[in-house]
Design a protein around this ligand. Structure first.
Ligand SMILES: Cc1cc2nc3c(=O)[nH]c(=O)nc-3n(C[C@H](O)[C@H](O)[C@H](O)COP(=O)(O)OP(=O)(O)OC[C@H]3O[C@@H](n4cnc5c(N)ncnc54)[C@H](O)[C@@H]3O)c2cc1C
Length: 348
């Protein structure tokens, strides 16, 4: 099959905020099925050390609940990966088919001839099947299923703090290599994920020095249109009387890397009829990151679609079967993400 990818970012390195994606066994297996073995092995080799314990604490870091997380060997059972590293690995060997700086605008159905995609720069391209993998605010979905609705469940502030030797030595064990949550009586909370790889990423991958990725949510409406600096001030004010170790992590953050994240969740989408257009990933079933399923399900979509397309059937039959399966398991995952009791970003 001849394939082309059109991406609005101008390059793979455009988003510098590094946070991890945790792949479970379903996502890892889908990635393994979609990638040449050496690239899957590279993703495993550059994976982030996994958490060893789950610890929930009060703001003075007194544990309220703790349990060990059974160790898993990074691989098909799952692993964590830096987002930029995964992106660079996914791009390896397909550089010629990925066109950066191309913002999709709308499509035009051509009957038996397929579909034509139009871009913001006035250019267009024709193909047999258009796969909208354009994220939560998907313009492909907007045109394909205009009544599809996405709920806003809340918000969180994302921050990143470089993990220096000094900071590591000063940070209590409860906050390092754990799946943790520090919760205040008023519902404000912070989770701090240790993101460090076992060894540096080999050339030509970008090496990403260790960092702490923290997520803060608080009561009340989200701050409107804030700058990274204002978001960092909000986080600083929220933890002002919390344990010194938490205050220090927020204080030493890379302030420009702070950003506000809207937590969204798609309402079920009714099947669509367009014969040459489909959707994949967050574009159709965006969900709260509470259970860490979104990327796993997006990878599964890619595997299912790739498996079905070359069956020798018509692309329309493969597409219909893909949509039947994907809408079923995709929205089951959305429903689970709404119910998960440990969802770190539940609105309060
Ligand atoms: C903070 C956070 C943490 C998360 N952690 C996890 C986790 O641990 N595990 C997990 O499984 N999931 C996690 N998720 C969810 C996961 O990130 C998403 O489900 C996943 O990225 C979806 O992939 P996607 O390719 O469908 O969409 P995206 O990753 O959103 O990619 C869409 C792409 O389309 C491009 N695009 C958008 N509009 C256009 C346009 N008009 N023209 C051209 N290109 C366009 C975008 O630039 C982008 O590159 C997390 C999400 C967040 C926000």
């Amino acid at each position: 099959m001849s394939v082309a990818v059109y991406e609005r970012d101008t390059s793979s390195a455009i988003r510098t905020q590094g946070y991890r994606i945790s792949l479970k066994d379903n996502g890892a297996k889908a990635l393994h099925a979609c990638l040449p073995t050496h690239l899957f092995d590279l993703a495993v080799a550059t994976s982030i050390r996994s958490a060893t314990r789950m610890v929930f604490m009060d703001t003075q870091l007194r544990p309220k609940f703790a349990k060990p997380i059974p160790p898993i060997e990074p691989g098909l059972a799952g692993f964590g990966v830096n987002r930029l590293t995964l992106r660079e690995i996914l791009l390896t060997g397909v550089e010629d088919i990925v066109h950066f700086g191309k913002t999709f605008d709308h499509y035009e159905e051509l009957g038996d001839e397929g579909v034509r995609a139009h871009f913001a720069d006035g250019s267009s391209v024709e193909g047999t099947l258009l796969v909208g993998a354009d994220g939560t605010h998907s313009p492909v979905r907007r045109q394909l299923v205009p009544d599809a609705a996405v709920d806003n469940l809340g918000w969180a502030v994302y921050g990143k703090t470089p993990l220096t030797d000094d900071l590591l030595a000063a940070t209590p064990d409860e906050l390092i290599d754990t799946f943790n949550r520090v919760i205040a009586a008023d519902g404000a909370a912070i989770s701090i994920a240790t993101c460090r790889t076992a060894s540096p990423a080999p050339e030509p991958l970008t090496d990403i020095p260790g960092y702490l990725s923290w997520t803060m949510s608080a009561a009340g409406p989200p701050p409107g249109g804030p700058s990274p600096h204002e978001l960092h001030e909000l986080a600083t004010a929220t933890v002002v009387d919390w344990a010194p170790a938490v205050r220090r992590i927020v204080a030493e953050a890379d302030v420009p890397a702070t950003f506000l994240l809207a937590i969204t969740s798609a309402q079920p989408v009714t099947p669509w009829q367009a014969p040459a257009v489909t959707l994949l990933g967050d574009a159709v079933h965006t969900m709260s990151p509470g259970r860490g399923d979104g990327a796993n399900i997006a990878l599964r979509d890619a595997q299912v679609l790739a498996d079905l397309l070359p069956l020798g059937r018509s692309s329309a039959a493969a597409k219909a079967e893909y949509e039947r399966q994907m809408l079923h398991y995709g929205f089951a995952a959305v429903a689970a993400s709404r119910e998960h009791p440990f969802a770190p970003f539940r609105p309060r």
